[in-house]
Design a protein around this ligand. Structure first.
Ligand code: 26Q
Length: 801
């Protein structure tokens, strides 16, 4: 790009004047942020147009990633990096006496996701653009993203996330590309030229208006598009007729009802609730996305039968699985194709990623609700199911399998079955997860479609999670091995020999310490926390869920506290335990866990006898921008889910990439991390998948055994019920019950001893600082394989072709 420091300064000045009639000296940080963002958009817009033209002119196959969630975070920094103008911008702003870090803090996170699944979608967008792949996002423009978490008196309190309040400089409203969406009504069937025609009538029709955000590739002039849909009434003008009839509240109510569809992201990431608004959201963005894809496709003047050769649609979990039926509807009802042709095109267009095997998370919709909201779509699902059932019966001759595999059953529609049947590829997100899908949870389907199932281990964009989040480490890496790792992350392996280099290790350690100091200062200023930057930073950041076992981490801390109380001279390396976790607002036990963590933290942090040897901090409102701050200073990465429960995990990858040592169970992608770094550079503990499956099969686990036989466990659990924590004795009785009366579903007590031992091992490993640093560097060196660039290349070659 032809920008230098001087033109940049000029452009920036001009922007401030154009937008706010202000000069730099009098403008606020907020105005500076918006001027800078607008300038970046200007710089990117030409390539945005060019990219689109190129895609159309070359008739390149377009990939559309359909996802209910895109957890983007901030865009200012990554856009500057990807445009290749970070240094120029930094130098220019410094000369203008402006601190870029401060300006960046003005931007609200685009928090349009719950956690792993939404962040994966965002990493994939970055990788597709950076690899020059024609891949775009399709989703919902929620007015409110994932709630902001406040901690009041130790409890989580949810506050709405009004992220658009100040305006969003990255998006462009494309009113001319709006499409109509129909809900409800009836379907009449008629005969036309010997073919059945289906006519929808008496529907409620609403408008889907797209907002496009440019997704800028790293140093390659590709600019892809994230298209997010907003729901609006068809007739936006205020209805004066009803107003004069005195029905004004009705008119505004109606508007609000429609807008509610894109109002707010559902904050539950683990338990499906059959809420009709969520079903509306799903159909809304799926139908809008498909209509706009079809409209663009027609401009290519290619026969509709070639659709799948030019279009690939990927569905992120089952949330967009209505795409199967909606594409069938469009091809049959609007494009007049036969069922067989439409089915061929649909199944060759769509591919599906599964992110969970936990049955309570699988989406199922009650038939009557589904039918009422989407009558024509329901007919199509019925027909898909009728054909499936016939084929299964034919192949397996087993009515139990027919019942088990049916899309419709028990009064419900099983969205996972619809997604599997309607796509040409089904993938899991880590090796173990895919094995569990193929040989346990979805075994029938794998037998039925032997070539459909495949693995695509997750990845993360090393540009955001290393280059951007950890500039000091990135500079050290570039000084040592050159900067080709930014485009070819596998090259990070060249760092490996540096693990033996004393002077490199010193620099590496110094950077970690500087990051820790910077975070401690930030935490002091922001939360008033007193953090010892010389302590080990032990980090567990992820959604709060029983299977992720934040409790196990906390129980070790409680035990360590007891040991310190009994022996104030206990020789341990000072440790700071950080937790960051949002709980779904309706997830009662998860919220109790937050209160427990904060209760224990308060007790330990205020105990003068402990003398700061251990401290516990709950970081409120864990989010993408907070992750970018805490991950670069982490030294221990807590990945301690019950084996088989975490499909992959991606925080594990971000933390290893920043030189933390992983303390992990053999679950999800932890296994692949271990394989990459070797047993000597990771600490593994806990029961294996075989043991978990065995316990489940034989019902042979009894958590009371561990309570009765391990005095440490007894003391911890008893303390939940007595007054030692300084709260009412009822406060944590439900946690107590979940572990004893309800037999500890996630084997916390079973893994306790093994976990304590592993934590002690961390302490002893840290005493050999040379070896510790060596291990950390080996972790960074091996993290390149977990770049989402690699993952996307595999999707591209093996699924999207
Ligand atoms: C479903 C129905 C109704 C309401 C909400 C939902 C819902 C929403 C979000 C269900 C699940 C999610 C998110 C799931 C998720 O983030 N899963 C994680 O995906 C990551 C990326 O593949 C994996 O690394 C994690 O292991 C997995 O837990």
């Amino acid at each position: 790009m032809l920008i230098n420091k001087e033109t940049f300064k000029q452009d920036f000045r001009k922007k401030l004047i154009n937008m706010y009639a202000e000069d730099i000296e009098e403008s606020s940080n907020s105005h500076k942020y918006f001027a800078l963002a607008s300038l970046i958009r200007d710089y990117a817009s030409e390539n945005w147009l060019k990219t689109n033209k190129k895609y159309t002119n070359n008739k390149e196959k377009q990939i559309y990633y359909f996802s209910m969630e895109f957890l983007i975070g901030r865009l200012l920094h990554s856009n500057l990096l990807n445009l290749g103008i970070m240094d120029i911008c930094n130098e220019a702003l410094t000369e203008l006496n402006i601190d870029l870090d401060e300006i960046e803090e003005v931007e609200n996170d685009a928090g349009l996701g719950n956690g792993g699944l939404g962040r994966l979608a965002a990493c994939f967008l970055d990788s597709m653009a950076s690899l020059g792949i024609a891949g775009h996002g399709n989703g919902i423009r929620y007015t409110y993203g994932l709630f902001e978490q406040q901690i009041i008196d130790g409890y989580q309190v949810e506050v709405s996330d009004n992220w658009l309040k100040k305006g969003n400089m990255w998006e462009v409203r494309k009113e001319n590309k709006a499409v109509q969406i129909h809900f409800g009504g009836n379907v009449t069937t008629t005969m036309e030229n010997g073919r059945l025609k289906f006519l929808e009538h008496d529907c409620e029709t609403i408008l889907a208006v797209p907002y496009d955000t440019p997704i800028i590739g790293y140093d390659n002039s590709t600019v892809n598009t994230l298209r997010l849909w907003s729901a609006e009434p068809l007739n936006k003008d205020f209805d004066f007729a009803s107003f004069s009839r005195g029905e004004y509240s009705k008119a505004t109510e109606y508007k609000a009802l429609i807008e509610s569809i894109s109002q707010v992201l559902y904050p539950d990431d683990s338990r499906q609730e059959g809420k009709i608004l969520r079903l509306k959201q799903q159909y809304f963005f799926v139908s809008a996305g498909l209509q706009s894809i079809l409209r663009r496709y027609k401009k290519l003047k290619e026969p509709i039968n070639n659709f799948h050769k030019y279009i690939a649609i990927h569905i992120n979990d089952t949330h967009p699985s209505l795409a199967v039926a909606e594409l069938m509807r469009l091809l049959i009802d609007e494009e007049n194709l036969t069922w067989e042709d439409a089915w061929y095109i649909t199944t060759n267009t769509i591919a599906y990623t599964n992110h969970t095997i936990m049955s309570e998370a699988l989406e199922k919709w009650p038939i009557d609700m589904f039918k009422r909201l989407l009558p024509r779509i329901y007919m199509i699902v019925e027909e898909i199911n009728r054909r499936l059932v016939n084929e299964v019966r034919e192949k397996f001759k087993d009515e139990n399998k027919v019942t088990a595999m049916s899309i419709i059953g028990n009064g419900q529609i099983r969205m996972a079955h619809l997604a599997i049947v309607g796509s040409h590829s089904v993938n899991g997100v880590a090796k173990l997860h895919t094995e569990l899908l193929k040989y346990q949870e979805l075994k029938n389907f794998n037998d039925f479609y032997p070539n459909k199932f495949n693995n695509k281990t997750n990845g993360i964009t090393h540009r955001r999670w290393l280059l951007q989040a950890n500039p000091k480490l990135s500079n050290l890496i570039t000084e040592s091995i050159g900067d080709h790792w930014i485009k070819e992350p596998d090259k990070l392996i060249e760092l490996k020999p540096f693990s033996l280099d004393t002077s490199f290790r010193e620099k590496f350690d110094k950077i970690k310490l500087e990051n820790k100091i910077a975070f401690s200062n930030y935490a002091k200023a922001t939360y008033g926390m007193d953090i010892d930057p010389n302590s080990i930073f032990d980090v567990q950041v992820k959604r709060l869920h029983a299977y992720k076992r934040q409790l196990l981490n906390l129980f070790n801390i409680m035990d360590l506290y007891r040991r310190l109380k009994e022996n104030p001279n206990l020789d341990i390396i000072p440790r700071t335990f950080f937790f960051g976790a949002k709980a779904a607002p309706s997830y009662y036990l998860a919220k109790k866990n937050i209160k427990l963590i904060n209760t224990v933290a308060y007790k330990i942090n205020n105990d003068p006898q402990i003398n700061g040897k251990i401290k516990v901090f709950f970081l409120p409102n864990y989010s993408v921008s907070l992750a970018e701050k805490i991950i670069p200073c982490a030294q221990v990465s807590e990945q301690i889910s019950t084996a088989t429960k975490e499909a992959s995990g991606t925080g594990n990858m971000k933390l290893m990439m920043n030189g933390a040592l992983t303390l992990a169970t053999l679950d999800g992608a932890n296994i692949e991390i271990r394989d990459a770094v070797g047993d000597g550079n990771i600490v593994i503990f806990g029961i294996t998948k075989e043991q978990v499956l065995d316990y489940t099969k034989n019902h042979s686990y009894n958590s009371y055994e561990y309570y009765n036989n391990d005095f440490r466990i007894k003391l911890i659990l008893d303390s939940l019920l007595n007054s030692s924590l300084g709260v009412s004795p009822n406060e944590f009785s439900d946690i107590h019950n979940s572990l004893l009366k309800n037999n500890d579903e996630y084997f916390v007590l079973r893994d306790f001893a093994s976990y304590v031992e592993a934590q002690n091992k961390i302490d002893s490993l840290y005493r050999n600082r040379d070896n510790w640093s060596k291990s950390c560097i080996i972790n960074v060196a091996n993290s390149g394989i977990f770049s989402s660039d690699n993952t996307i290349k595999q999707y591209y070659e093996e699924i999207w072709k």
